[in-house]
Write a protein that binds this ligand. Structure first.
Ligand code: NZQ
Ligand code: ZN
Length: 385
């Protein structure tokens, strides 16, 4: 196992009717900016509930943070915070609103051009406003991690950032707030969480036993509850399990002391930036092809994944790996996420543009061995046609 430094200060308040706890979690004298997305949080009453819980505190609102939050929008929130000297941010939404709030928290006190936060991938962050979150979409893990992803629309740059200052102080996870999610977003959430685990698990063995067993438990839970959450009648416990699983998939725990890949994510981000495909849907396209192309380097872990996650025991090694990749593909497809570029009417000409983007963003040595070159990324994309 590698050496590691595991730090996660985010307090999780989980369960039904927990939004009222905001009153004790947010400082009494806080001057708050409440950040949210389109209309869902207002339409389903979550925003009202949050405002009620905040009582007589000073609260301003900033709505309109779009899926794949944009720098252009977020910088307006930064202005609002500075102009009104607000001192606490509260995100109400999914990964996009939470990531956007992280960026605003870092940008408010940033000296220089705030886009540098992305250019430096977060390394230049020196301080941040305190912030908390009320999660409405289980998927990204942003509610309990220190990362975010922001897009600059003008240049189609979708870049990640990370910093020890970017942990939420607290996150409220009330599974009943997912009740209004469209099926498409629930399915996206299952697949995003699944691929987060895979990025940290399916690399090469280094005898990190408990990380492996935790990862396999999360994957099996997602396989079990994936089909259930898509049913109209999915009950509270199913939603609760999805919410907690998605949080644990990317809060640093299973990634401590193990090699990590993340090439599927980096290629996927370019697909979103150029063609507007939902984040999780890009992962469903890239992952099966990525496993196929890099099966030699991942052989030992692919066999472990086949045996322990999918209970595949029949056939020789090649057949077991083939079946595991096929099961993964079928799982995504069964949730309604296509696994080929052709489903989005993208062909070989799209690949050149994607490779150019990876090059521009210096993503030329990805993966756990840093050997996913532009050529390997091209082969992965070709295999996903
Ligand atoms: O904008 P509104 O009207 O609120 O609608 C949203 C949005 O259209 C809707 N929604 C959210 N909660 C709802 C709801 N609709 C009905 N009822 C509710 N309770 O869902 C839509 C998608 O929301 P979004 O926040 O964009 O989805 P998600 O949570 O999947 O976040 C995706 C973003 O997170 C980044 C992605 O790149 C993408 O930009 N990621 C962040 C990560 C992190 N911080 O660690 C890791 C991930 O790998 C990922 O890259
Ligand atoms: Zn993701």
């Amino acid at each position: 196992m590698f050496n590691f430094d595991f730090y996660n200060p985010t307090r999780i308040v989980f369960g039904n009717e927990t939004i009222s706890r905001l009153d004790e979690l947010v400082p009494a004298a806080a001057r708050i900016l409440l950040l949210y997305g389109g209309q869902s949080a207002r339409a389903n009453g979550t925003l009202r509930e949050v405002r009620d819980a905040l009582g007589s505190r000073e609260v301003q609102e900033f709505g309109g943070i779009e899926p794949n939050p944009s720098y252009e929008t977020l910088i307006k929130a930064v202005d609002q915070v500075r102009t009104h000297r607000l001192d606490f941010l509260l995100a109400v939404g999914g990964g996009s609103v939470i990531d956007g709030t992280k960026f605003v928290a870092a940008a408010v006190g940033y000296e220089g051009d705030a886009w540098d936060i992305l250019e430096t991938r977060g390394a230049s962050i020196r301080r941040a406003l305190p912030f908390g979150t009320v999660l409405t979409l289980p998927a990204t893990g942003s509610e309990m991690n220190n990362g975010g992803v922001v897009t600059r629309r003008a240049t189609q740059d979708k870049l990640p950032f990370r910093s020890a200052y970017m942990f939420p102080q607290f996150s409220i996870l009330d599974p009943t707030k997912t009740q209004t999610l469209p099926t498409r977003q629930l399915a996206n959430g299952v697949v995003d969480a699944f691929v987060h685990v895979i990025e940290q698990y399916l690399t090469y063995p280094i005898d990190a036993r408990v990380q492996d067993r935790f990862a396999e438990g999360l994957l099996q839970t997602l396989i079990e509850i994936g089909p259930l959450v898509l049913k109209e009648s999915a009950d509270y416990n199913t939603r609760a399990n999805l919410m907690w699983t998605a949080t644990l998939a990317l809060n640093g725990l299973i990634g401590a002391g193990v090699p990590q890949d993340w090439s599927t994510h980096m290629i996927g981000h370019e697909l979103t930036a150029l063609y507007g495909i939902d984040h999780a849907r890009t992962l469903a396209i890239v992952l099966p092809a990525n496993l196929e192309i890099r099966r030699e380097a991942k052989r030992a872990k692919l066999l472990q994944y086949a045996e322990r996650v999918w209970q595949i025991s029949q056939g020789d090694e090649e057949q077991r790996i083939d079946t595991a990749i096929q099961q993964t593909r079928m799982f995504f497809e069964s949730l309604g996420l296509p696994t080929h570029l052709s489903a989005y009417k993208l062909g070989t000409d799209a690949i050149d543009a994607l490779i150019n983007q990876l090059d521009t963003h210096h993503l030329t040595a990805l993966g756990e061995h840093k050997n996913v070159s532009l050529d390997v990324s091209r082969r992965v994309l070709e295999a996903s046609l």
